[in-house]
Write a new protein. Structure first.
Ligand code: KG4
Ligand code: ZN
Length: 342
């Protein structure tokens, strides 16, 4: 069965055609990064307008690149939330119009379920339950996934999301938006350089046993170090490395703790920050040390795309979670609140 996936929750207008939830026939992502860069972050009104302009060309391209027609689609899967409401509205309206006019079933997918779908694309054989670390621009969450629409939240950030912390720290050092990939690259260049005065930044573990996260203290520590300082390239590089070390260490330790608590055998890492090279290698080391299986989508599937939405949409559709044409986007839509029937 072919599924058309649509994703417009943030700053990527994306559409994809996926066969049987596993084979990606096309995956088109139109990024708005250049439009937002000069503002140093995402401007919601600009995002909505760009989605409006891009959605039809992106849909056409995804269908034509797949070699399939709209009438070949068994369902249309679309991100309904969480995200920017004006941005979500563009994708959901397009999905509803296509579903109505071509008589194709509609499936609303939570954006985090979408990120989980990327892991299903990467490893279609993985079985639930598993522990999932979601790290993106809006989320830093640990979930225990028993099955589709059976999600237990184990912990979440109490302030900034990991990606948000990356982006803010980059911004305060004058690095371009989005900061995550930039810090990843620069930190990599300074991986084994001597510390040269740059301190170790704090790791927030919170109360003993807590699986919650906090990145605001780390961000403030970087701000306090950087403020008023003449930043040479070397200092920027070392701050990137030390910041990344602190962020990654906490993400990995809490993930391992969650695996132990649940006596789980599989850890899934998902979301844009899961494309971070230091996080990927630290999680891989942890999986070897602690003898669990690690599934991380390839970097291009970690950041927002529609193939991941189609992959989850396929499974949700098979489980009977089709949506009506009264489907509406929701800016706040916790994954654990998703109902079994769609
Ligand atoms: O999942 P995503 O594409 O969109 C959201 O759902 O938020 O994640 C975007 C976030 C941004 O904060 C971006 O800086 C971060 O993921 N990111 C990275 C990397 N690539 C993207 N953070 C660290 N290292 C990377 N390589
Ligand atoms: Zn995302």
């Amino acid at each position: 069965m072919y599924i058309l996936g649509i994703e417009t929750s943030c700053d990527e207008t994306a559409a994809a055609v996926v066969k049987d939830g596993a084979v990606v026939l096309s995956n088109v992502v139109s990024s708005q990064i250049e439009l937002h860069r000069k503002w140093g972050g995402i401007v919601p009104e600009i995002a909505s307008r760009a989605h409006m302009e891009n959605i039809m060309p992106v849909l056409h391209e995804a269908l034509s690149a797949s070699g399939k027609r709209l009438s070949d689609m068994g369902a249309i899967a679309v991100t309904v939330g969480p995200g920017l409401i004006g941005a979500l509205l563009v994708g959901v309206s397009a999905a509803k119009a296509l579903a109505y006019s071509a008589h194709i079933p509609l499936v609303g997918v939570n954006h985090i379920e979408g990120h989980m779908g990327a892991a299903l694309l990467e490893a279609p054989d993985i079985s639930m339950p598993f522990v999932m670390l979601v790290v993106s621009g809006g989320h830093t969450h640990l979930y225990y996934v028993r099955g589709f629409r059976d999600y237990e939240k184990l912990g979440q950030t109490r302030d900034d999301a990991a990606g948000e912390a990356y982006d803010k720290v980059a911004k305060l050092m004058g690095l371009p938006y989005p900061g995550g990939p930039v810090i990843d690259r620069i930190a990599g260049e300074y991986v084994s350089a001597p510390v040269n005065g740059v301190p170790k930044f704090p790791r927030a573990y919170l109360e003993a046993g807590s699986l919650d996260f906090s990145f605001s203290g780390l961000k403030t520590a970087v701000l306090n170090y950087v403020r008023g300082r003449d930043m040479s390239d070397e200092t920027v590089g070392l701050v990137c490395r030390e910041f990344q070390d602190a962020a990654v260490e906490v993400l990995v330790k809490k993930s391992v703790q969650a695996m132990r608590n649940k006596d789980a055998g599989i850890l899934v890492a998902a979301g844009g920050v899961a494309s971070n090279s230091a996080l990927r290698s630290a999680l891989l080391d942890a999986s070897r040390e602690n003898d669990f299986r690690l599934v991380i989508p390839r970097p291009g599937f970690c950041t927002d795309n529609a193939a991941m939405v189609a992959a989850s949409g396929y499974r949700l559709f098979k489980l009977g979670a089709a949506s009506g044409l009264d489907l509406n986007p929701q800016a706040n839509l916790p994954m654990e609140k998703m109902k079994a029937g769609g």
